[in-house]
Design a protein around this ligand. Structure first.
Ligand SMILES: [Zn+2]
Length: 189
């Protein structure tokens, strides 16, 4: 039995859609990029209504982006956040963004992360999670977010991972609603 390799690649439109040279100085600018990716992913029908991006925390330099690819790639772990984290680690050549000598990194998400992505963010060594739409907004259109509790964020905070919620929440939620209106497939979250 020879199992196939798994190849992870962003849709072709993503690279040109993203302004790689912009200064993403604020949380709003960082989440706006993530939400824009989510919206475009819905309209181009290349995946679910979620986007994410990894930034250097202080400089605002964009390191990597991700969009949800679960259905088109038949891969339940390809959430926007995991894709962005994997590509950031690959680009920097490290299994942890908290490696010695690296600056602190933020993960910006169009919606609050699911249970898997919260864990992935912790293991990836990001120092802050900045989220747009709320977990409740995702649940409202039918996505499951898994076992994420207020205590989950306390756990991360105790390990040096801060979280900021509700940045451009309505814009992030609007993308979720647009996806639902278009009849996009509801997998889990
Ligand atoms: Zn997730």
């Amino acid at each position: 039995m020879h199992l196939p390799a798994v190849h992870i690649e962003l849709p072709a439109w993503v690279e040109a859609h993203v302004d790689w040279d912009a200064a993403y100085a604020t949380d709003e600018a960082r989440v706006a990029l993530a939400i824009g990716l989510a919206r475009e992913n819905v309209r181009r029908e290349t995946g679910g209504p979620f986007g994410a991006a990894v930034f250097e925390q202080h400089s605002g330099r964009l390191v990597a982006v991700g969009v949800n690819l679960v259905v088109p790639r038949s891969n339940s772990v390809l959430h926007a956040e995991t894709v962005a984290l994997m590509l950031a680690e690959r680009r920097l050549g490290t299994h942890t963004l908290a490696a010695p000598g690296l600056p602190a990194h933020d993960l910006a998400c169009s919606c609050e992360p699911c249970a898997m992505c919260l864990g992935a963010a912790l293991w990836a060594g990001v120092r802050r999670i900045v989220a747009g739409a709320a977990r409740e907004d995702a649940l409202r259109v039918g996505f499951e977010e898994g076992p994420v509790f207020p205590e989950s964020y306390d756990y991360l905070a105790a390990r040096g991972v801060q979280s900021v919620h509700g940045i451009l929440r309505e814009q992030g939620a609007a993308v979720l609603r647009e996806y639902a209106r278009r009849g996009g497939p509801l997998y889990n979250g």
